[in-house]
Design a protein around this ligand. Structure first.
Ligand code: NAP
Ligand code: GDP
Length: 331
């Protein structure tokens, strides 16, 4: 890229801040570091409400992005997704449609949007791979979010066919890291449990894990995911989506996640499972073969326990400013 303006929507969130960290800390000019001629712009919702087409266009008028990494979305864990199915569907459809259309109208050279392994069918042969997105309905718990995100893949192909646009998408598994949403109820499992375990240690309150602890998940550290996005921006040009994940053999149970959090926080009490709460999808193992084939075998993921430890350290050091939600005040 000679001279480029790279706009990162959702730049204030978990994944956006991960990309900002890597771009700013990797050696300049290196595979993942900032390159000469690049201008990176990270924006949150205060800069533009992307549900609104006029505000989205004004953003493109202001920055004239040559490249866009589109992360902005209404995001939440299992329980928030179950509560707000229509809101997840509608807001994400609006945001995505506005960004895709503005990227086309303003002739951005490249757009990468972010899906999630939640988009895959509930009942399909494992492992999940990039060919299976549309082979059946998603798990009912993610109904709204998954359908909105699937449509991005459909739209990418239509924009390419009709207008020749260079649009593509990435499909990360469950992400965690600094700047996550650590709300007690609406967050994903790792930030939610880190916050709950932290309060249990601090206040002597019970540490309760939702569900049976038996479901399995693959987790990716936001700093590793950031490198995958930067690689995709610079080295990949195809509409075909790519799963961004650790290997299939790196699934962990929710109980193993809770045990690792207990260790990282240094919590010495016992914890319990609230089996009246939903487990969600039992597992959704995804293949990272396509990613590894393309990015190369030298790409290394941070070991889960090290990434978790770094995330817990960040949370403890930034507790006063981290996104902990309304419940923080009551704690
Ligand atoms: P996040 O931390 O909740 O950040 C969401 C970002 O979107 C924030 O920057 C937020 O801005 C912005 N945003 C939300 N609504 C907006 C709107 N109406 N207009 C403009 N900006 C808006 O989420 P994340 O975890 O980084 O997620 C980033 C992407 O990764 C999303 O597309 C998500 O679907 C995908 N993903 C996440 C996970 C995961 O486990 N977290 C897994 C797979 C895929 P403010 O900060 O101003 O609110
Ligand atoms: P998912 O991977 O899309 O299902 O999203 P989550 O990150 O919300 O993970 C959900 C899994 O973690 C389910 O099996 C939940 O029962 C379990 N879980 C245990 N405790 C919590 C918690 O405090 N918050 C969330 N979101 N999930 C939890």
């Amino acid at each position: 890229m000679s001279s480029s303006v790279i706009l990162v929507t959702g730049g204030s969130g978990l994944v956006g801040q991960g990309i900002k960290h890597i771009i700013e800390t990797e050696p300049e000019g290196s595979r993942f570091g900032k390159r000469p001629g690049e201008q990176w712009i990270f924006i949150g919702s205060s800069e533009a409400d992307l549900r609104d087409a006029a505000q989205t266009q004004a953003l493109y008028d202001k920055y004239k992005p040559t490249h866009v990494i589109h992360l902005a979305a209404l995001v939440g864990g299992l329980f928030k997704n179950m509560k707000y199915k229509l809101t997840f569907l509608r807001e994400n459809i609006l945001i995505n449609d506005n960004i895709l259309h503005a990227s086309y109208k303003n002739q951005s050279q490249k757009l990468i949007s972010c899906l999630s392994t939640c988009v895959f069918p509930d009942k399909v042969e494992y492992p999940l791979d990039e060919t299976k997105i549309h082979l059946g309905p998603p798990h009912e718990s993610n109904f709204g979010y998954a359908h909105a995100k699937r449509m991005v893949d459909v739209q990418n192909r239509a924009y390419k066919d009709e207008f020749g646009c260079n649009f593509t998408s990435a499909i990360p598994t469950n992400v965690f890291g600094p700047y996550d949403n650590f709300d007690l109820e609406d967050s994903h499992v790792i930030p939610g449990l880190i916050h709950k375990c932290y309060l249990a240690k601090k206040n002597g309150t019970p540490f309760v894990v939702a569900g049976t602890g038996k479901p399995l998940r693959q987790f990716i550290y936001s700093h590793d995911l950031a490198k995958c996005f930067i690689w995709m921006l610079r080295e990949y040009d195809s509409v075909e989506p790519i799963i961004f994940s650790v290997g299939e053999d790196e699934e962990v149970t929710i109980k193993e996640v809770a045990d690792a959090i207990v260790k990282a926080i240094g919590f010495e009490g016992n914890y319990t499972f609230d089996t009246t709460k939903a487990d969600g999808q039992f597992r959704k193992p995804a293949s990272n073969k396509r990613l590894v084939d393309l990015i190369g075998p030298d790409f290394k993921f941070t070991p889960f326990e090290k990434a978790l430890d770094d995330t817990v350290k960040w949370f403890v050091a930034n507790y006063d400013t981290a996104r902990t939600g309304k419940n923080k005040k009551a704690a």
